[in-house]
Design a protein around this ligand. Sequence first.
Ligand code: NAD
Ligand code: TYD
Length: 354
Amino acid sequence: MAIMKRKILITGGAGFIGSHVIRLFVKKYPEYSIINLDKLTYAANLENLHDIESYPNYRFIKGDIVDLNFLNILFQKEAVDGVIHLAAESHVDRSLENPAEFVNTNVLGTLNLLQAALKSWGGNLEGKRFYQVSTDEVYGSAEHGDFFTEKTPIDPKSPYSASKAAADHFVSAYQNSFKLPTLISRCSNNYGPNHFPEKLIPLMINNILTDKPLPVYGKGENIRDWLYVEDHASAIDIIFHSGKIGEVYNIGGNNEWKNIDLIHALCKIMDEKLNKEPGTSAKLITYVKDRAGHDLRYAIDSSKLQSQLGWSPSVTFEAGLEKTVDWYLSNRDWLNHVTSGAYKDYYAGMYQNR
Ligand code: NAD
Ligand code: TYD
């Protein structure tokens, strides 16, 4: 079989999930050319990609998806035939403070990418792919016993999820109106190495290490379905290559945890790893004011992806959580650079002449 060459633009590749997707594609597909387009916001960290940055099939380009002119020039120059779009503002708490930033990046940025791809691909859509990486949060909050399927009505409840839902609608509209070959996936909460410590799991790990309170929103009864980040990356690989154009695929771990139970499980692992008396880390648990409009439960049904494309999660939560803790404990520099802001210097040091 002839080796297929592709040039794939992955947006947001310096972020948490994007860096795992980039690593998977760069290593698994040496015949592809992978471009990482990232604006390098506070959430980006090129140190995440240190191990693959000199691979010949990888390139980093600093740029903003909100700049349509820049995107048009990029698409013209690079003859990209696939887009995997992860760039976004991704933190719900920040979306409550600054919703316009989320509309700008998540809605306008996505629309710009759609426009630039369509313009550059023109009449020749054969073999092209525009893949929007979305979230289960667009479905809103699930009642106990219910699961989000791909047919669940979109009902976002936070400015973050509203902006992702709007972006998803634009992607579908481009498929319907212009026959752009699109794919959408909606994944549950990810965890694993390189997760920015503003999100629940890395924030708790960092606070335990620095002996700070562990802020539990409300009563800690909210439920999330957790998936190890490499399992999300493997799902993206399968959907990008084998997904049916125009379809939506849910991705999830079938792994629901109440926040407070998860935090206790994490505290237990941290006590063991740090040789502390059982119960030491849990003493840091502090109940704080609830997040505004806090979605009670996310629960995803990923049976379509499992039965039609043969994907399944490979990492159990017990193993994944331990791997994650081990990673943070053996990458204290990474954590220190992120919390001190020094990670921003990496770009200046590594990429100033490129
Ligand atoms: P992240 O915040 O860690 O990374 C986002 C990346 O996008 C950063 O590197 C940032 O610099 C880049 N970016 C932001 N604005 C940009 C712009 N205007 N132009 C170019 N690049 C820009 O996010 P993440 O957690 O890795 O999430 C990645 C994607 O996956 C997002 O689209 C998110 O909605 C989706 N998602 C996340 C989760 C999760 O649990 N984290 C779950 C499901 C879906
Ligand atoms: P988060 O990691 O922000 O992801 P999302 O809001 O996208 O699900 O939060 C996960 C859950 O943890 C959510 O119910 C909010 C809660 N949470 C806390 O209780 N304390 C915290 O400090 C954070 C960051 C989150």
